[in-house]
Design a protein. Structure first.
Length: 95
């Protein structure tokens, strides 16, 4: 029964197999880039200082700057507020 629920859940989330493949291709091609390190440096903030402002660890800031971690929408907006920048100034989509 659990398997049937998981299958229905997956079908609901991704639609049919063609939709699922399209979603996977789209995710593979779109990467969230950022100007976090550049803007943080312009504001004369260390990673530790920005992490405290955002309520996250310094490792999280490092991972975002290096493209190893994609922040949640909430964290992205918190970083925008902390750096007094618009979302588009801090983040961008790249292929």
């Amino acid at each position: 029964m659990y398997d049937a629920i998981c299958q229905r859940s997956a079908a609901y989330r991704y639609g049919d197999a063609a939709d699922s493949q399209r979603v996977k291709r789209m995710k593979a091609h779109l990467i969230l880039g950022n100007n976090l390190k550049k803007i943080r440096s312009e504001k004369n903030l260390s990673q530790t200082q920005l992490a405290k402002l955002a309520g996250v660890s310094r490792n999280t800031i490092t991972s975002i700057e290096n493209g190893l971690f994609c922040p949640t929408a909430k964290l992205a907006l918190v970083l925008c507020n902390a750096l007094e920048k618009k979302f588009e100034e801090l983040f961008f989509l790249k292929e």
